[in-house]
Design a protein around this ligand. Structure first.
Ligand code: DGL
Length: 250
């Protein structure tokens, strides 16, 4: 069976893992660094160092290939990880671009500060088609989500601010450029005053992988034990899984 390593700074990648494991048969090994989340506001060198630590931990599971279930890590160091570990890494951000190209009209890319400052999604899409990608660094969303605020007035207030360009210009598409955001997809929908497609790259990737062996295993490792995280993982996952805590990554 195929061993797939999946990693993120925290809970966002769990939503990616869920989509992957629902539709594909493989041994999934997930590592979420909820001890040090968020990564999106950190300097590049620190994000790189953390990413190396995450993959070094997962290497013990004889991984065939990796899915970088974090846009922030993808845009900061995908090539560096490929070079360092000499393995295949599928970046969720590339899936965001591919999935978005299937839609007509203009876009709002919502993502972390690190992802937006790279302009990766904007540049790739605009190079391929005659469309405009507006960008918004949604600084507060990851913290709110990790704290368990998947709805409520604080989230609505933040979303009204971040969705303003889409509502103001009646944009056709919203790109979920951070893997945490599918967890609040309903609230994004609720705060949109225009009809827009909400593009979730994890769904696109899960369909594209298409692995069917009839057997699967899902192992989740988190770096910090927390009842809140445990509840959220349970809420997100629709397939059986084993949850383990690591403390420091070693
Ligand atoms: N979920 C991650 C992403 O897709 C980042 C969240 C964070 O750690 O800031 O960018």
């Amino acid at each position: 069976m195929t061993n797939i390593g999946v990693f993120d700074s925290g809970l966002g990648g769990i939503a990616v893992l869920n989509e992957l494991a629902k539709k594909n048969d493989a041994n999934f090994y997930y590592l979420g660094d909820n001890l040090r989340v968020p990564y999106g506001n950190r300097p590049k060198e620190e994000i790189k160092k953390f990413a190396i630590e995450l993959v070094t931990f997962l290497e013990r599971f004889d991984i065939d290939f990796y899915i970088i279930a974090c846009n922030t890590i993808s845009v900061t160091c995908k090539d560096y990880l490929i070079e360092h570990f000499k393995k295949k890494f599928i970046a969720i951000t590339d899936m965001a671009v591919e999935a978005s190209l299937e839609y007509e009209g203009d876009y709002l890319a919502l993502a972390t500060k690190a992802t937006i400052s790279s302009h990766y999604i904007k540049n790739k899409i605009e190079a391929k088609k005659d469309a405009t990608v507006y960008e918004m660094a949604a600084l507060k969303l990851v913290d709110l989500i990790e704290e368990g605020y998947l709805e409520g007035p604080d989230l609505d207030e933040a979303l009204r601010e971040y969705l303003y360009p889409a509502n103001d210009k009646a944009l056709e598409n919203i790109i979920l450029g951070c893997t945490h955001y599918p967890l609040i997809k309903d609230q994004i929908q609720k705060n949109l005053t225009c009809q827009a497609n909400i593009i979730d790259p994890a769904i696109y990737l899960a369909d594209k992988l298409d692995l069917r062996s009839g057997e699967k295993g899902v192992n989740i490792f988190m770096t910090k034990k927390s009842a809140k995280t445990e509840r959220l993982i349970d809420q997100i996952m629709e397939v059986d899984y084993k949850l383990n805590y690591l403390g420091d990554i070693k």
